[in-house]
Design a protein around this ligand. Sequence first.
Ligand SMILES: Nc1ncnc2c1ncn2[C@@H]1O[C@H](COP(=O)(O)OP(=O)(O)OP(=O)(O)O)[C@@H](O)[C@H]1O
Ligand SMILES: [Mg+2]
Length: 226
Amino acid sequence: MLETKDLGYWYTQQNDYLFKDINLSFEAGKVYAILGSSGSGKTTFLSLLAGLDQPKSGSILYKGEDIKKIGMTNYRKKDVSIIFQAYNLFSYMTAYENVQTALRISGAKKTDEKDYIIESLKKVGITEDLINKRVTHLSGGQQQRVAIVRAFVSGHELIIADEPTGNLDEITTGEIVDIFKSIAHEQHKTVIIVTHEPEVAKQSDLVYELKNKEFSLKTTEKIVVD
Ligand SMILES: Nc1ncnc2c1ncn2[C@@H]1O[C@H](COP(=O)(O)OP(=O)(O)OP(=O)(O)O)[C@@H](O)[C@H]1O
Ligand SMILES: [Mg+2]
């Protein structure tokens, strides 16, 4: 689905790589966590996977094709959805309108648009009474649920999230990761979550840890949650 080939990146000096010669692959139907301490380069790595920035060396292949060849704008528009810690919702719109806007921008046509949006929001626990509220009147966890629905109604097969549970308590974090898991498992999407929280990594299907400029595959059993 998504692969990095000898991927490398540096900001200011070529000899000061954040990471280099990275070869990882991400399959459909799974939730991946990218675990690493603050400043290790997780957001940078994610911005490369999401086509927001160009690698300094190596390449990224989506379904076997270099995303540069697909065209970065095209790739972002058609294939990948990004979820940020700060939700990035339209604050003056309701939950319903936020999802409707994403659906329309993506060009995905639904004959029963209204029912589809309401059902999608309900699935993640945004109940009838919340659907038509302005999103600024919703809690952090509720706003993140709206952001997730917005990402998956777009029909994109790849969902990339940067610290999506950063502002949330432990129980809500667990519920959000469960939503990501059901999207990956039931809709056969690839979900990649960047996080510094071992709890999130432990719940994921596969974990890559970024440490000392290298990525290693960790088994979820070995993750210590303190
Ligand atoms: N635009 C930039 N120019 C120069 N250096 C940068 C830039 N953005 C990030 N960095 C540096 O690159 C390193 C990795 O940053 P990055 O944001 O990818 O880390 P992170 O793992 O996401 O950290 P956090 O967990 O705190 O979000 C840091 O040392 C950071 O200071
Ligand atoms: Mg970051």
